[in-house]
Design a protein around this ligand. Structure first.
Ligand code: MSP
Length: 535
């Protein structure tokens, strides 16, 4: 069985409906997943929702609904949004499912039996928002716990602890040896520094007297599992992991073929959750260094430089934007106005400007005018002209040659490099550049003039052939970002109609120049990206 490209995202809390930050992460993962499918790889994309924990219990109580009902409603909102946005995943994780519970409890029991979990008493300050005890390290310069911790209260509790600190040296060595454990580099440095400061173990239980909305500990029914221990396990529980088998080698092939995953998370949940807890959990249950997941850490969308938050009332609702501008526009904006790993400022004006300039003015315009000209001058039929049949030095001959020999292959090469290093903005830029180049060719060759001169017949055929080819290649390159639009272009090109609507329609190998056969008849142009703002 060939290796499967296994990609996951953070699972989203169901204490409130999805916002633009959630949408960004899922579209980013979807684009990366689609790119790997485009390369012909088998992909397993896992995402879902984090339904347990105190936050959810509190929000449900506020709403006057039982948590089980409350999470159902919010979960549905996430599912609806992914559908609207064309996010195509292969498995859906809901942490209240039995399948997941069994794996969490199996792992807890194994760690307990191995002496990795012990019971202890703790007294101290507890952040309700972050669901963790705080130490003096979390105090600000004024000696207070900052607003990021929300409501902080004093608690005294008996709980179960996982021997996190026992694995500190291992984690330091692992991060030293594997330079790309975390992308981008500066996040790996941040993690390494945090691990250096690590002291103490991880409290992995909550007494039911305080919180009962969680997975019961298999060895003590008075406690539920700490939400992060529960949630992090989703990455393996929904991929077929069997907690009864201690080595990866002994795991079922359904799991082995996928693991390790590329995990996409936001910058706020690298330290300590994914970078420390999760890597140590995996190590403690027998995963070897080469079986550790790679963490791709993205930045945050802010608003006017400030963090978006429900309490500040500056949340951007992705549903409203999709209804207003369409899924393609929102996907394109979210992928083109942020550099993966960095933060960005959300702006509706920029969404409009970017979509109008790149999609309507460049790509949409090229598709539209190309097909219009092929229909007007050639009844839709394209002719593949041999170079030797063309008089040398005609209008656009230099540009066309450069397109075929330099621009197209070079764009493809850069596109592939950028996609591989998750720089979606730059990869998308290659498709837009090709579109610009194509529009430039239309201007230079002025097909409307060639059409009036019968001695330029072959030249016009050649120009039209190359433009249609270019449109076909651009559709392939944008297909991970804009699957609907890419299908629209292929439909209008009347190309690979047997696979219309199916993702298999697009393949990166087909981006090679000259695959459109002589005599192919294109369809009618239909505007794909209407301008949002009037000229
Ligand atoms: N439930 C946990 C993750 C558990 S993973 C085992 C969680 N949920 S969350 O709903 O708060 O966040 C989900 C993801 O959305 C995180 O990766 C987070 O970084 C991301 N984002 C939340 N707000 C964001 C922005 N404003 N911008 C970009 N991504 C943001 O954390």
């Amino acid at each position: 069985m060939p290796k499967i490209f296994f990609i996951t995202t953070a699972i989203d809390y169901t204490n409130s409906p999805p916002h633009i930050g959630h949408a960004y992460e899922k579209v980013l993962a979807d684009v990366i997943a689609r790119y790997h499918r485009l390369k012909g790889e088998k992909v397993f994309f896992l995402t879902g929702v984090d339904q347990h924990g105190q936050k959810v219990q509190q929000s449900a109580a506020k709403a006057g609904t039982p948590p089980s009902e409350f999470v159902k409603e919010i979960t549905q909102k996430f599912i609806d949004l992914w559908k609207k946005l064309g996010v195509r995943y292969d498995e859906w994780a809901e942490t209240t499912s039995d399948r997941h519970k069994k794996v969490v409890q199996g792992i807890l029991q194994r760690l307990f039996d191995a002496g990795q979990i012990y019971k202890d008493k703790q007294a101290g300050y507890y952040s309700v928002r972050q669901e963790q005890f705080l130490t003096d390290k979390e105090r600000g310069p004024d000696g207070q716990f900052g607003p990021e911790w929300g409501e902080v209260e004093f608690r005294e509790e008996e709980n179960y602890y996982f021997k996190l600190s026992q694995h500190k040296e291992w984690l330091l060595r692992y991060l030293e040896e594997r330079k790309d454990a975390v992308i981008p580099d500066f996040r790996q440095t941040e993690l390494r520094n945090a691990v250096g400061r690590l002291s103490g173990d991880l409290c992995i239980s909550r007494p039911k007297s305080r919180l009962d909305w969680g997975i019961e500990l298999p060895f003590d029914k008075n406690f539920v599992t700490y939400v992060w221990f529960d949630a992090l396990t989703n990455y393996i529980s929904f991929a077929g992991y069997d907690p009864g088998l201690s080595t990866l080698k002994s795991q079922p092939s359904t799991f082995r073929d996928k693991w390790p995953a590329l995990q996409i998370i936001g910058k706020d949940i690298l330290v300590p959750a994914h970078g420390i807890y999760w890597l140590i959990m995996l190590h403690a249950i027998g995963f070897l260094d080469e079986q550790m997941p790679q963490l791709l850490v993205h930045g945050w969308w802010n608003l006017g430089g400030a963090k978006m938050s429900k309490s500040a009332g500056n949340i951007i609702d992705p549903f409203v934007l999709v209804d207003k501008y369409g899924a393609d526009a929102l996907r394109y904006y979210l992928m083109s106005d942020i550099a993966t790993g960095k933060d960005a400022d959300f702006s509706e004006e920029r969404l409009i400007a970017t979509c109008d300039s790149d999609l309507a003015n460049v790509i949409g315009n090229l598709v539209n005018r190309t097909l219009n000209m092929v229909i007007r001058y050639r009844d839709g039929r394209i002719t593949h002209v041999k170079d030797k049949d063309l008089a040398p030095g005609g209008p656009g001959s230099v540009e066309l040659q450069k397109l075929v020999e330099v621009e197209a292959p070079r764009s493809l090469e850069v596109y592939t490099q950028e996609m591989t290093s998750f720089q979606i903005t730059k990869a998308a830029g290659m498709a837009v550049n090709l579109g610009l180049y194509g529009n430039g060719i239309v201007e230079v060759t002025a097909p409307w003039r060639l059409a009036k001169d019968s001695s330029q017949d072959r030249r016009l055929d050649s120009v039209l052939y190359h433009l249609v080819e270019l449109v076909r290649v651009i559709a392939i390159l944008i297909s991970p970002l804009l699957p609907r639009a890419a299908h629209g272009i292929f439909d209008q090109l009347n190309w690979r109609m047997d696979l219309s609507g199916k993702d298999e329609r697009f393949a990166l190998v087909d981006a090679e120049w000259g695959r459109l056969p002589h005599g192919h008849v294109v369809g009618k142009p239909v505007p794909l990206f209407p301008r949002i703002e009037a000229d």
